[in-house]
Structures are given as C-alpha cells and as structure tokens.
Design a protein around this ligand. Structure first.
Ligand code: PGA
Length: 276
C-alpha cells in the first residue's frame, strides 16, 4: 500500500520519524535504549536532557539499565536545555537542581559531568553566549531529548521564536507559566517570567533529536509539529529541518495525526539494526 520499504528508507532515514508506542513507559524504554546504544559506541557522549514530567520514564529506564549493568554511563556527559532566570541554582525547581535529582544522581554522575547556562548571571546575554560556546567546546550534543509544550515550544522557545535562534533569554507565555505552576505548589506567581533557553538553531545542531510527547493535551502540538508547515508559530516544527529527528508519541498524543497508520506501518517494517 505504501510502496516498497527501500523507498521509505531512501537516504537512510525518513525526515521526521514518528514512532507510536502504547504508553509513556514504552516510550521511555525505547528512548533509553537508544541512549544506551549511543553510550556503548561513545561512552563519553554528550546527552542533552530536558525537564518536565514527560522525560521521567526515560531517565528511570536508563537508570535501570545502568543498575543492571546493561550499559556503563560513568563517562557520560549531560547538557541542560533551558533554565529559569533568577532562581538560585540551589532552588529545588531550578532546572539544575531538577536535573541533579532526576538524571545525574540516578545515573551515578557528579556535577562535573554537567554543563548548563547560569540563570543567575548578572549579564544574561554573556551567560547565553558562554553556554553556546561551552556546547561547541564540548563537541556538540550527541542526542538531545525534547519535550513539547502544549503551545508547540521546544526548550523554552515559545511560538514565533526564530528558527535560527541561539541560546538567549525568553519571556514565557502565560500558558507555559500555567502549565508549570504545578511544580511551584500550583502558584503561578512563583513561576519565573524569564528563562534562558537553547535556541532552535542551537538545538538543531545536536546530532540526533528525540522528542517524547504523551497524553491527549499534546495531540494538537504533535500534529502541527509533524504534519503542519515548518513555521515559527510552532517551534517544534523545526524538527522537519533536521536530518535525524525522532518523535515518540503514545496513542493519545498521536490521536490527531492524519498519517498515524503510515507511521505505524513504517516503524513495523523498519530493520531492527537501524534503531531510532
Ligand atoms: P511536560 O513539559 O513534559 O511537563 O509536559 C514539556 C515542555 O514544556 O517542554
């Protein structure tokens, strides 16, 4: 029905690969295995990590692989995607703290393995430039995990961010502050207005982009990302510009995809050796 498999895999990969999984746990396992496989080939890989609720099953699955000896992550390096401006690094909801709790400690890594922007710098612009430089000096991100906002943001690149943007300060939309208030005792007043985020151009420099989206609340954003035009109004649609971008979604987040059956067919017929 869809033509021969070699045609689907012309140039080695489809542009944005969509993998529909049964639930968040299966998505976490799939992505953690891709990270483990990367670490088996490149033990000091630079892993770009994201915050939010969605990636937690990935971190849990990867930590389980480390605990069972299925992969050695002791030389892995970790890079931050974004950070609140003005929250002290030791604040429990600064992304530096969150990533220490959710990624570094479970993987047995210490803070030397970690790079991130300084959200408390007096000169925010210089801090942003310094972070882009640090990423480049670290050899670039090998695999960048991404969540997606209900408004289509990646990192904290809110709608109408330049698709060529570099790490910089951004103002959060009201929607994102409402979405994130749950991390601040439900009190939107405590959610900072400003953030430092890797730009879309910065994110696109990672060698492999892996976006995980789960739940019906993400279905519109996922459909716009994958099947809509490349447009700054949906920042995640920039993934269409990347030669190796993978979007992993559960059934609920896939529910508005017109090509869902095609994506299922493509993945079901994919050679095992190719991975995601
Ligand atoms: P969430 O956040 O995983 O908590 O939904 C995603 C994001 O805002 O990028």
């Amino acid at each position: 029905m869809f033509g021969c498999v070699p045609f689907i895999f012309q140039n080695g990969r489809p542009s944005v690969e969509v993998v529909i999984v049964s639930d968040a746990k299966a998505g976490g396992e799939l992505i953690a295995e891709a990270m483990a496989e990367l670490l088996r080939h490149k033990p000091d890989a630079l892993l770009g990590v994201a915050t939010g609720s969605t990636p937690l099953p990935i971190y849990q699955a990867l930590a389980a692989k480390v605990d069972s000896g299925a992969v050695d992550a002791s030389r892995a390096r970790v890079a931050q995607l974004d950070e609140y401006v003005g929250l002290p690094a030791e604040h429990p909801e600064s992304y530096r703290s969150v990533l220490r709790r959710e990624v570094l400690e479970p993987l047995g890594l210490d803070v030397d393995a970690f790079i991130g922007p300084d959200g408390t710098a007096e000169d925010v612009r210089a801090a942003c430039e310094a972070y882009d430089k640090a990423l480049a000096e670290a050899g670039g991100v090998d695999l960048q995990l991404l969540g997606i906002g209900t408004d289509g943001h990646i990192g904290f690149n809110e709608p109408c961010s330049s698709l060529a943007s570099r790490t910089r300060i951004k103002t959060l939309t009201e929607q994102t502050r409402v979405d994130n208030a749950r991390f601040f005792e439900g009190d939107i007043e405590q959610v900072p207005h400003h953030v430092i985020t890797q730009g879309i151009g910065t994110i696109l420099e990672a060698r492999h982009l892996v976006l995980l989206a789960t739940g019906e609340g993400k279905a519109d954003a996922v459909a716009a990302t994958v099947e809509g035009p490349i447009a700054a109004v949906c920042p995640a649609s920039a993934l269409q510009l990347h030669p190796h971008a993978t979007v992993v979604v559960d059934e609920a987040a896939a529910s508005k995809l017109k090509l869902a059956d095609y994506f299922r067919h493509t993945y079901a017929n994919k050679p095992d050796w190719q991975g995601i």
